[in-house]
Design a protein around this ligand. Sequence first.
Ligand code: RNT
Ligand code: ZN
Length: 423
Amino acid sequence: MKKTSDSVIEKNYQVAKETYAALGVNTDKAILKLSKIPISLHCWQGDDVGGYENTGTGLTGGIQATGNYPGKARTPDELRSDLEMVYSLLPGKHRLALHALYAETGGKRVERTDLRPEHFNNWIGWAKNQKIGLDFNSTFFSHPKSASGFTLSHRDAGIRKFWIEHGIACRRIGDAMGRQLGTPCVNNVWIPDGYKDIPIDRKTPRELLEKSLDAIFAEKLDPRFHLDSVEPKLFGIGSESCVIGSHEFYLAYAAKNKTLFCLDAGHFHPTEVISDKISAVLTFLDEILLHVSRGVRWDSDHVVILTDELEAIAAEVVRNDYLDRVHIGLDFFDASINRVAAWTIGTRCMLKALLIALVEPTAKLREFEIKEDFTSRLAMLEELKTLPVGAVWDYHCAQQGVPVGSRWLDEVKHYEAKVLSKR
Ligand code: RNT
Ligand code: ZN
C-alpha cells in the first residue's frame, strides 16, 4: 500500500486546522497538550501476566489471558526490548506500570514478603535511561498462599500477615521508584478475594480486609514520590457471588483514608460505564487511577480500541480539566495477537481518544446545554464525529517523529520477523 507523503500530511493538517478554527478550536494547542499526557503502559501485556518469579502456580486470581501467539517475552530483558519498540511507536512520553512478580532476583527465590527496591534496580535504571516514570502493583495472585482465593481477607491470621508484609514491602519499592525517578509512583492494590458461591458471612472478610489495608498503609509516605490506590471489582472467575473488595467497600475506604481509587473499565455490570463514574468520585476524592480496558461480554481484558466508551472516558477527563487528578493506566492482556502490536493499538487508541476530546468545541456544547437546547447539543456532537481529526493525529505523529497511520505496523512486523519469531 502506498503511504501518505509528508507534504500530504502537512496539507491535510492545514485543512483540518482551518476546519477546527472555524469552531473556535486551536489544533496546535490541542496537540501540544496531548504531547504532555503520560499513559501508564502495563508491563503484563508483554507476557500474558506471567512474570518471572515461577511459583509454579501459573496465572491465578480469576483473571485470564487466552491465546498462544508466538514471541512472548521470556525474560525481563526481552520485555524491556519489546517495550522500547512500543514506546518508539507512540507520540509523547509515557510510563510503565510494573507488578511485583516482575522482580529480578538473580535466579534466587525471594519470597514476596522479602522483595526490596534492589530487586527492581534493573527496571529503575532502565526507566531512568528511557526517561519514563514507573508505577507499581503488589501481586496478590499466582502464589501458593493465594490458592484458597483469599489473601488480605483470609480468616487465617498467618496468611493475612504474609500478604500484609508483601503490601508493605511493595510500598517501599514504589517509594524508592518515585524518589529515584522524581515522579510519584502510583502503587495499586488489587486482591482476588471472593466466593464462588453465596456466602453466609460477607461482613467478617470485609472487616478483615479493612484491618489488613490499614496495616499496609500505616507507614506515611511522601505523596511527592508515592501514591496508594485501591481497585475494586464486581466478580472474577471463581469469585462470582461475592468479591470482598467491592466498589462500595473501596470507594468508602478511599474516601475515608484519602487513597486513590482505581476505576477499571471491565469491573462493572456490562451496561455500566466508568466514564459516568469519573466526575462522581472526583467530587469527593483528590485523585484516581484508571485501568482502561475493554470487556467483551465479561471482564475479558480485550485490547483497547476506539470505542464510544473510550471516547467518553477521555472526554470526561479533558472537559472537566481532570488531567492532573486522573492517572491514566491501561489494563488488558491479549495473547492471541502480536503482543507488541496489542500494546501499540491500545495506547495509540487511548491517545487518539484524548485528541478527539482536546479538539472538541466544549464551550459551545456547554452553552447549548445551559440553554437547554438539547437539539443543537445532539446535532453538534454528531457532526463532530466526522471532522478530520485523523489529519490532526497524523500530523501530531509526524511532528513527534513516530510512524504515521499504519506505518507503525510495518515496524512491528519487521521486529516480529527479526526478534519475536526467534524466541
Ligand atoms: C484484575 C484487575 C487487575 C489486574 C492486574 C494484572 O481484574 O483488573 O488490575 O488486571 O493487576
Ligand atoms: Zn485492573
